[in-house]
Design a protein around this ligand. Sequence first.
Ligand SMILES: N[C@@H](CCC(=O)N[C@@H](CS)C(=O)NCC(=O)O)C(=O)O
Length: 184
Amino acid sequence: MDLPYDQRGLSTADDTAEIAKVNPVARVPSLLLDDGESLIDSSAIIDHLLEVGDPGHRLLPADGAGRRAVLRFAAIGHGVMEKAVSSSYERNRRPKEKIFDGWVNQVEGQVTGGLAALNDAAAAGDWLYGDHLTLADINAVVAHDFTATAVPYLVKDNPYPALADLSRRCNEQAAFADTVFKPG
Ligand SMILES: N[C@@H](CCC(=O)N[C@@H](CS)C(=O)NCC(=O)O)C(=O)O
């Protein structure tokens, strides 16, 4: 959207007090507006950014079946990311002997269920909805790419080829490529 912003990388494990200053439940992402208002949860942040940056409703139809379809795909992508985070926490934030494989399998099944649904939709056409990129594609690509970072073995051997291809096409654009996480 070409909206200017500054990004601060804070860790939910180490910077809890700092994050809690803008979000009482100490989670990221949070967006601080210029007047100090804080928006919390990516859905509320996206809602605001679309209002400001997409007045023509190109990324999310204003109403009707199109809006519902895009929000449904976006929610699947969002769910995939939440469950990939859950898997990562279960495996990485517990002492080894307290990791419960049954729970890891459960949440990873939710990740792969969501990715499979997005892959089926990606296989049906150039874009998940309509004839151009929407929030549905953005969330699907971010979900795919985030899974590749947080739970890489779930996307090993290219099990979601249409989704991977959508990701490849989108990442040819700077708007996607510039957001790739670079551990620093
Ligand atoms: N529904 C939230 C989920 C965000 C999320 O999972 N954030 C993690 C990122 S590591 C977090 O804040 N974890 C710390 C916690 O949940 O306590 C959103 O979309 O913003």
